[in-house]
Design a protein. Sequence first.
Length: 199
Amino acid sequence: MEFEIDFSTYSLDDLYSSARGIDREKYPERAKEIDDLIRQKELESPNVTSVSKDIGEKATRTDRLIAAIIDLIVSVVALIPLFMYVSMSASEIPALWLAIASIAYGTATTMILHGYLMYNYGQTIGKYSLSIRIENLDGTKASFTTIYFKRLLPMQLLTLVPSIGELIAGFFNPLLIFGDEKRCLHDHLAGTKVSYTNK
């Protein structure tokens, strides 16, 4: 026999927990009631985050964006010496060698800046700052091989393909974060997700 639960007395955190734990197929009306109460309480408390940040929970799109921006800033700063060199001698360097040198430089700076964190914690500097990490779909830390060769490298190589490759890597790849799974194209390619961690 089913019994009624007064979810209106629950705190926002309790409602988040209930929303994650309820069997939505078995109790669709209860799930809808919980979702409605969450939306109502979030409107009443706009400063309260709408997503739990428990260890193992998928990272929010906002936190992933902030981490990506931090990594972008780090990368741009690291690329300044390359930009300066290219601007001074671009006319003397064949396009193929310039592309190869750019890949080599980018790989080297990635290893220097993020290698330790990627290998030991499944993180980049940006992800470390937000306490999120790259995981396999079973929740275990993704290996360095998975992170670099299956996740990062394909996107780096795509950017070398004029127009279509740049469109896929720069637009379609991050656009997939808005799907239900909150996973970018590189996550799908590598079989990974990004979740909160205690590191």
